[in-house]
Design a protein around this ligand. Sequence first.
Ligand code: G6Q
Length: 547
Amino acid sequence: MTALTALPAWQDTLKHAQRLQSIDLRAAFVSDPARAQRFRLKACGMLLDYSKNRIDDAALASLFDLARATGVETRRAALLGGERINTTENRAVLHTALRAPRDADIRVDGQNVVPEVHAVLDRMNAFAERVRSGEWLGHDGRAITDIVNIGIGGSDLGPVMACQALKDYGTPHIDLHFVSTVDGWQLADVLEGLDPATTLFIVASKTFTTQETLTNAKAARAWLVAAAGEAAVAKHFVAVSTNGPAVSAFGIDTANMFGFWDWVGGRYSLWSAIGLPILLYIGPDNFRALQAGARAMDEHFANAPLEQNLPVILALLGIFYINGMGASTQLISPYNQPLHRLPAYLQQLDMESNGKSVRLDGETVNYHTGPVIWGEPGINGQHAYYQLLHQGTELVPIDFIAAVANPKSPREHHLIMLANFLAQTEALMRGKNETEVRAELSAAGLSGDALEKLVPHKIFDGNRPTNTLLLDQLDPAGLGSLIALYEHKVFVQGVVWGINSYDQWGVELGKQLAKTIEADLRSPHSLTAHDASTQGLIDYVRKALKA
Ligand code: G6Q
């Protein structure tokens, strides 16, 4: 593997970043009337305006060179073609096959996986129709009114985010609940007020070995059995997993199991059977539209030239700031309330994928990789942490996301929201210079010392980079395209950095140690040696538990 830092395109990119660190964007828009038009792109029902970034044509050209030099196009073909690009787990990475049309032919080791994908989707659709229509009955003959998805990480965040985002499309006669944490408060909270006879549990776990999920699932099963007896389980529990034997061993008939495959990564799995709660909630037609939106983005990603490729552009801009200008975080700022879980979802998608410091060839990187992803709905952010974005010392690139159409929000609200959305990107770009501050303060009647003291506090540097993403609509297709956009963005960044975006060994150590500490907490004395801090804390907790 050629060292990334030795590539001429890398070195050029860093030089451009240094040159553009102090670009005057306000002046750039004045001197180049075509700038806004040139740095915007419309595809897959969304407009990306990326002109408010610290870029120019030369910098972008070097970034596209970098993408080519690091093999983005070849790796993209390998991803979409079912090659085992997840080398540390020896797996293909085929979330795109989950939304491929029925007649597509995508092979893993010579075997077309698309027929199996559609066979499971057909079963999911049929099951969803039965539950939604009231044909699927609980143990005492009543229809299902509540669905509880028990899962964590990739088996939770995607469905939660999508069901919130598509609330307007949700069936009104079924309430959805999600249980992820092993802190028993959450399950207790959800079960309170539910009727076992009208509740359906989905136990969602790829491996079916995840301690948190199995602990919650056991408790939920016991709750049902206590109320309705063992025979009720078949009517009230379904499983989503790749591990049939473990599902059986747990006590769920595999006739009530929806399968998927090892080439579906947890954080990329909402398109698979893990999306069952979404499908139950929004129905087969809307789930198909969600997938079609993602497929449209897949096709765009596969076919558009790099220079006009939405995920590639987002990825390269991110790299420009992370590696060229020292940014260590990326803010996701959605303005539509239904997208309020998008930052949490993208946090896992990006940080679990690209939070790596070893390259595919086993060498340690000598450059920064994945950033910290964070965010909340943008309007709330404006009244909280946006101060730092405008005047703090951190460089925080921001993705502003909103839908132009918002039928649910009254026009009065929607206009105010969009005005704020647009104003923030303008303010972050243009800032407010000293002359403007002085003029403003004078106009407000200030002069002399009082004015002088305030001037430095009221200056905004500006030139704070933002992407503006305007979705035509926040509908199933629009959401599908948006999610796939970020999936592919993460892929492209991983390729440039030469890392494996599809494993997650970093989550293992904590799990291993939790097992030993759990044993220690159950016994009067620790069975394993720990450092003095951890041992002290174990003793403290053990004592408190006894009290
Ligand atoms: C996702 C991760 C992780 C996983 C959970 C749940 O990419 O692998 O978040 O989804 O740990 O795993 P199970 O689905 O196997 O319970």
